[in-house]
Design a protein around this ligand. Structure first.
Ligand code: UDX
Length: 461
């Protein structure tokens, strides 16, 4: 029989992100993976957010990724324009779907139709739009698979809010105490719409063609197996960080800085610091601390007598103690840095973090031990896994009365991490996970296979 060569049509994905740093970063990285596998990608988020990314990422993206935006009803001011995050969500859900329809129609008219929408799981209405257009809909979860599971169990009624049990048992997960649970269960009276949005991630998920999650099978085998039984098309495709810091498979995979903040160059400062001597401190893009907490952290770092690099966002700088030097023999304070580059530097000893999911994935991928100071949202659950499941960190104890971490307590954690046998054990575990995660992302690894399966399904449309 004569063999026919079948020309495969290049699929075109629209990758749609919620306007948060912790969402667009991994979705941009995932877009680059797709491009590497031959897929055409248009990356989109909301108009105000895209216009305010400090780098015009259009100029810095691989040529095969273009950038578009949709309206959230707050084109001139973003979330602050709506007055509150709750009000913002309502506006976005009202305006977003039609704006997404307009974008799809515009791209089709330009001869650039979309074959698949990979939508942030925070925006489940995008799946309804995909179905209207008869195209593939893939939900992309930016948070840890275990955290998603907790929200799903609330929806199933297995966890009642307000929480009353002291210990929560869920299939395939370790026993959780109240302090390990996502914060919105405790603040649901004021954060009701946020909790609704988190539960809404599952409202139409049964109709999604794919459910992708920025996690790694080896990190969470049991919970991933359990989830795959519920959603057979669930796949782990993480960690979505630049390949440059993993297996270096993706060429020209620079650390594109899709940030609303301006990075400062700290690598030069790190260059002459001895291996494993610097404490890196950062609490992500959203968490605010009060002045007292900032003071306790500042004095803990000063008293530790170790080198430290502390990211204090410009909006937080006024909370630093007046007598605290931003540049001294031991320490440097910057308003933003390229975190993966910093974590990959051999001078870094440990990472004091709020345990946002991206920070956890980055520190695990680079084998850096963690001191956890979770503040809200999913961070407490992530901290539980960091300390008790993967054993790559210590959770700093909270002063029950003030609900903050005291300087002395943080200092004890630093000593334990950098000077004790337990610290060495933690570092060995961190290295073990680094190897497993790099393996998962490499050719033939679990995440790589899942990405290929997804991509092949697009090519066979
Ligand atoms: C938010 C939520 O707070 C978090 O709980 C959730 O898991 C994801 O969304 P955020 O607080 O910003 O995220 O934390 P995180 O998830 O850690 O993301 C921060 C991102 O900004 C990371 O990719 C990190 O590398 C980057 N970053 C942070 C920098 O590039 N430079 C910095 O100086 C600080």
């Amino acid at each position: 029989m004569e063999e026919k060569s079948i020309a495969r049509k290049q699929p075109h994905c629209l990758v749609l992100s919620h306007p948060f740093q912790g969402h667009i970063n991994p979705m941009l990285q995932f877009s680059k993976l797709l491009v590497h596998e031959g897929v055409k990608v248009t990356l989109a988020s909301t108009r105000f957010y895209i216009n305010n990314l400090h780098i015009n990422i259009n100029n810095n993206l691989p040529p095969s990724i273009s950038l578009e935006s949709i309206s959230d009803g707050c084109d001139n001011g973003g979330i602050p324009e709506a007055g509150s995050y709750n009000a913002y969500l309502q506006r976005f859900w009202l305006v977003g779907p039609q704006s997404l329809v307009d974008l799809l129609e515009k791209l089709a008219k330009l001869g650039n139709p979309i074959d698949c929408i990979i939508y942030d799981s925070f925006l489940p209405w995008a799946l309804d739009v995909a179905k209207r257009f008869g195209i593939v809909g893939a939900s992309y979860f930016t948070q840890h698979v275990a955290v998603n599971n907790i929200y799903y169990h609330v929806l199933l009624g297995r966890i009642k809010v307000p929480l009353i049990e002291d210990e929560i048992s869920l299939p395939s997960m370790p026993k959780l105490q109240l302090c390990d649970m996502p914060s919105f269960f405790f603040t649901y009276e004021e954060d009701g719409p946020v909790l609704d949005m988190l539960l809404g991630q599952f409202s139409n998920i049964d109709k999604a063609d794919w459910v992708l999650c920025n996690s790694i099978y080896e990190l969470d085998e049991e919970v991933v197996d359990w989830t795959t039984k519920i959603w057979p098309n669930f796949r782990t495709i993480g960690p979505n960080i630049p390949s440059k810091f993993l297996d270096k498979r993706v060429k020209d995979d620079e650390d594109y800085d899709a940030t609303q903040f301006k990075s400062e160059d700290c690598i030069e400062w790190l260059q002459d610091k001895p291996k494993g001597s610097v404490i890196y401190v950062s609490f992500g893009s959203t968490v605010p601390f009060d002045e007292e907490q900032m003071r306790e952290i500042a004095y803990a770092l000063r008293n530790s007598n170790k080198h430290f690099l502390w990211v204090v966002r410009a909006s937080e700088e006024t909370k630093l103690p007046k007598d605290f030097e931003k540049k001294s023999e031991k320490g440097l304070v910057v308003t933003w840095c390229s975190q993966v580059k910093v974590l990959a530097h051999e001078a870094i000893a440990c990472f004091v973090t709020h345990c946002g999911w991206n920070s956890v994935l980055e520190t695990l991928s680079l084998g850096v031990p963690t001191i956890a100071i979770p503040k809200w949202s999913d961070q407490s659950t992530n901290a539980k896994y960091v300390e008790d499941v993967w054993k790559v960190g210590i959770r700093a104890p909270i002063d029950d009365e003030k609900k903050i971490v005291r300087g002395e307590a943080l200092n004890n954690c630093i000593k334990e991490m950098m000077e004790s046998e337990k610290g060495k054990e933690i570092k060995r575990n961190a290295n073990k996970w680094r190897t497993l995660i790099t393996g998962a992302a490499s050719e033939g690894g679990s995440s790589h296979k899942n990405v290929l399966e997804f991509v092949n399904s697009l090519f066979s449309l």
